[in-house]
Ligand binder design. Sequence first.
Ligand code: PMT
Length: 404
Amino acid sequence: MPEEKRIGLGVTGGIAAYKAVDICSRLKKLGADVQVAMTSNAARFVSPLTFRGMSGNPVIVNAFGEPARWNIEHVEFARWAQIIAVAPATANVIGKVASGIADDFLTTAIMAARCRVLFAPAMNAAMYENPIVRANVVKLRSLGYEFIEPAEGRLACGEEGPGRLAEPEAIVERILEILSAGEAKDLLGVKIMVTAGPTREFIDPVRFISNPSSGKMGFAVAREAMLRGADVLLVSGPVSLEPPPGVRFVPVTTAGDMYDAVIADLDWCDVLVKSAAVSDYVPESVSSSKLKKGATALDLHLVPSPDILLEAGRRKGRRILVGFAAETDDIVENARAKMRRKNLDLIVVNDVKQEGAGFGGDTNAAKIIDAGGTVVDVPMTSKRDLAGIILDRIAGLLGRRPER
Ligand code: PMT
């Protein structure tokens, strides 16, 4: 760690609380200043004295309990910390933060925090898979909170499944990664337009053709670019994600709308990243009233949609163009052909037949191909990490960092 980092370590009441001692110790060994805030339930699993000894700082146990010797306010704690890592994070603390509840020191500090917040969940597998917990995680992720997935295995309750706290080493690594991403302002002032999500092509007022894009890939690129100092414009088809704070957001519906939005701001941007899954075909005409069900087959006549990236490639100039390709067969060859046709600098191709890659989930695996034909394989990772790797390549092309 190049300079002393200020890390707020939130410990909540689960059997894995003892592993937070290891996290604290590892962070201290790296030279970090660690301030531990425990919930009262956490203090029933591990004594605050242990954390005090390990961190070298007084430990805060619940804001509304007895006055601590070091009487720090939650707002001060939130301002002081460069990151707040909650490990273990119970279903309770995740639910409270997702619902805007701040009824103890830790949740109040999280609510007041402007820094990044990382949750490392640990709980019984059935709790972790409960749709309420899943929805809370999705909500928090879409609001920019970070998560490190729990591991699968035998849990303290005797069950097998996901819910075991990620390894302390991995949590520490993630904390350092987040801190260094916040520091890397290597895209400061670069104007980046990102497209995300699907488009909807209406057949009649109530039916449309679309695809399963969730927008997660494009939103991750937009968010990481913003954190690295870029001015970001995010043009997205209909998705259920919150746009990242600090990003200019233009919602669109159809391929035609997306074409208009991208072309309108093309001259503004230095970089265009097209991760949207745009419909290649659109109905030739849209019925103004709902089509009635009949006894015979219904023929739809589809025509090609405007190819936004092809048009951006024609007007490329000095702009960096990054395309995506969702492929099922001959993925490298097909992607190379798209890259040439659309005049791109990079293409990110995902094999959407591969489990865990492409549409919908939080992970992706891709090959990044550059104009010289070099293929770099990115094995399965989070969409956030893939976004970071794509932005490293863009920073390299802009001369902002050495090309890898
Ligand atoms: O949104 P997620 O659920 O996170 O899923 C991510 C993703 C799978 C959608 C993403 O990783 C991805 O692969 N996006 C591109 C999907 C796609 O439309 O690929 P394509 O091979 O059909 O298009 C190639 C490129 O041309 C894309 O950059 C696309 O945005 C662009 N295009 C395509 C058609 C069109 N009419 N205009 C375009 O600009």
